[in-house]
Design a binder for this molecule. Structure first.
Ligand SMILES: [Zn+2]
Length: 401
């Protein structure tokens, strides 16, 4: 998209573009896959200290201690006291990258940064988001720009299930009224809602028996699963789920079990998920799964009258949210993007975002892009024109310019 900004408008939201690009290069050069974010967190603090960030502005929470994956650091939280009126605003981005970005070697050619090492992604998801926050903070610190109370939140473990955002220490972030998250590509695409997700773990216990000798004495966990899945499919609870005009999805994603071909399968683990904006539909899908597996387990008996057992565990992965278009958060994003001559496009995401967990805790978050492209692949790149727009948007939202 071409800029249509008048000179006058863009001047109020200028920033040192070369420095922003140098900084994002510096951040891209630091490894930091999920659970190994310590070095990138330290780098962000180091960069901002060079611009006068006071020591007591920096805090870490202990989100990683609540993660089943472990991790070497919690969320990084930087707070600046306000120098202008207005409620606290929070700018956020996740620090971790996906495994394909391990050993990336960022190189800049023209207006694009990509990894020079074959088979690696550059990590623009989400160092572009971190870079936008750091660039905005550097401008504020250097130019002493007036701003309301600000929180910069750099989360950990987003890519492995939004874990940092889920366990963020709310006392440390200081009750922001408005929040903005950078995690995406096009700076004009604003995600103002996302579906909620539930994971469904099904554990099936059958009875083993010799498959050639007395198969009738066994109860096959595989057959229980097959009957249940067939019923879910038949009744419209699998794949795209449309009930009374409400949309949801569900999927049987992983099936693991069995020891040998000559044993009736004793044990099987089936991992499934469902998603929908509607809590009610998510509950109905989960319930349909439970019923289908339990029914299949009851139906199947061995020659001696034995039955298998099914245990199903439903865990909320993240809650859905939808920001009203009239909310202050959305209006602010639109205002700043218009000021930059952009055309904001409001969207809803069908996957979870860090924003889901903050919305769950009563904080409104809009999610924006900062130029990452082809995320999670080895052709990932950072588009610098878009990155700069992301930086300016961050600056505008932080300073109310
Ligand atoms: Zn991301």
């Amino acid at each position: 998209m071409r800029k249509t900004t008048s000179e006058k408008d863009s001047n109020t939201l200028t920033l040192d573009q070369d420095r922003a690009i140098r900084t994002v290069m510096e951040l891209l050069s630091v490894p930091g896959v999920s659970c190994e974010e310590r070095r990138i967190a330290d780098k962000i603090v180091e960069v901002l200290r060079r611009h006068g960030l006071p020591k007591n502005a920096v805090a870490f929470d202990t989100a990683h201690k609540k993660s089943s994956h472990g991790g070497n650091v919690g969320n990084l939280i930087i707070k600046l006291p306000g120098t202008a009126s207005g409620p606290r605003r929070m700018l956020m981005a996740h620090m971790d990258t996906v495994p394909i970005c391990r050993n990336a070697k960022p190189v800049k050619r023209g207006n694009i940064i990509r990894s020079a090492r074959k088979g690696t992604g550059v990590g623009a998801d989400n160092r572009s988001g971190c870079g936008a926050l750091v660039a905005a903070a550097m401008e504020i610190l250097d130019r002493k720009l007036p701003h309301p109370p600000l929180t910069f939140l750099f989360t950990v473990q987003e890519e492995i299930g939004l874990i940092g955002a889920r366990h963020v220490d709310k006392r440390l972030i200081g009750s922001p009224r408005l929040a903005f998250n950078w995690d995406g590509g096009e700076p004009d695409c604003v995600e103002i809602g996302a579906t909620g997700g539930v994971s469904l773990d099904v554990d099936i216990k059958g009875f083993p028996a010799h498959a050639g000798g007395q198969p009738e004495q066994g109860v096959s966990a595989a057959v229980i699963a097959a009957c249940a899945i067939a019923e879910l499919e038949e009744k419209g609870w699998l794949g795209l789920v449309m009930k009374n005009g409400v949309r949801g999805t569900s999927n049987v994603g992983m099936v693991r079990g069995g020891e040998a071909t000559n044993v009736v399968m004793e044990h099987l683990h089936v991992k499934c998920e469902c998603r929908s904006y509607s809590v009610r539909l998510r509950r109905r899908i989960s319930e349909a799964y439970r019923k289908a597996f339990e029914k299949a387990a009851r139906k199947l008996t061995s020659s001696e009258g034995k039955r298998g057992r099914v245990k199903i565990k439903c865990t909320k992965k993240y809650e859905a949210f939808k920001l009203p278009k009239s909310s202050r958060c959305v209006r602010e994003v639109i205002r700043v993007l218009h000021r930059l001559g952009r055309k904001p496009a409001l969207q809803y995401s069908n996957g979870g975002l860090d924003a889901n967990w903050l919305a769950d805790r009563g904080i409104q978050v809009a999610t924006l892009g900062a130029g990452s492209c082809n995320a999670h692949t080895d052709s990932e790149k950072l588009l610098l024109d878009q990155f700069i727009v992301g930086c300016k948007t961050a600056l505008g939202l932080a300073t109310k310019l």
